[in-house]
Design a protein around this ligand. Structure first.
Ligand code: ADP
Ligand code: MG
Length: 235
């Protein structure tokens, strides 16, 4: 399924070795990701230039890695430039919003695989599952670098101040064409109301189709985005 989306059969992830940390490249190889799909090869370099990204590519085209790889790379880059005093100030740098708990689980386990060689540096928390006091404590005490949640759960955690995104660097809405139809309309509006997010951060909107909902989210979150609309068979 993925093969049809390969760039040219020759480009490998190691072609990005000037952009990506060796620990990420190793983890990608372990996962059997030898070559980037089209959406990955377009999105990753643009994202690492700090462009906002709107990517429309069909289901199965590899959109998860297209945003997870640059998000993790940005965390690694940011943390490697901290001096020891700064590094004590742990903060949530990326928030990934997904429409369902199932998808949150999948993205979280994908990210954990991707961070396998840098798990001491990049902390990932799936906040969409349980509302356990343990999760609340983890969010409060550890301020994980990357948090994945449904909009409803993210908003509840923001309101209770367990989740703080005032220093956020990346915000992703995955399955942007579905997220509003799952009843997250009001939650999304409140998250973007200006109460929680910093003025400047990088946004990613990932979608299988362009719908009115995606247009609406685009207006809410994206600034001069690189727009990647990938058709089947396009290269
Ligand atoms: P989408 O979100 O666009 O529907 P996914 O990110 O879920 O697509 O990826 C679809 C499938 O392809 C997953 O099983 C994933 O592990 C696999 N995949 C993604 N990128 C690659 C790659 N570069 N090489 C091999 N397999 C990949
Ligand atoms: Mg997907």
């Amino acid at each position: 399924m993925v093969d049809a989306h390969l760039v040219d059969g020759k480009t490998t992830f190691s072609s990005f070795s000037h952009l990506l940390d060796a620990r990420l490249l190793r983890a990608l190889a372990d996962m059997g990701f030898a070559r980037p799909t089209l959406v990955q090869s377009k999105a990753i370099p643009l994202a690492l230039e700090s462009r906002d990204i709107l990517a429309r590519a069909r289901t199965g085209s590899g959109k998860t890695a297209a945003y997870c790889v640059p998000v993790v790379q940005k965390v690694l880059t940011a943390k490697s430039s901290l001096d020891s005093e700064d590094s004590a100030r742990q903060t949530t740098r990326a928030l990934i919003l997904v429409p369902t708990r199932e998808l949150s689980e999948q993205v979280s386990s994908y990210l954990k695989g991707l961070c396998k060689y840098c798990e001491d540096i990049v902390a990932v928390a799936n906040a969409a599952g349980s509302t356990s006091p343990h999760l609340q404590r983890t969010l409060l005490s550890d301020r994980p670098d990357i948090v994945i949640a449904t909009p409803a759960r993210a908003l509840a955690l923001l309101q209770s101040k367990a989740l703080v995104v005032s220093h956020l660097e990346s915000l992703v809405i995955d399955e942007a064409d579905l997220v509003l139809s799952y009843g997250h309309d009001d939650d999304i509006r409140q998250i973007f109301s200006g109460a929680y997010l910093p003025k400047v951060y990088q946004s990613f909107l990932m979608s299988a189709t362009m719908t009115e909902d995606v247009e609406l989210l685009k207006g809410l979150t994206l600034r001069n985005p690189a727009i990647l609309k990938l058709e089947d068979g396009e290269d």
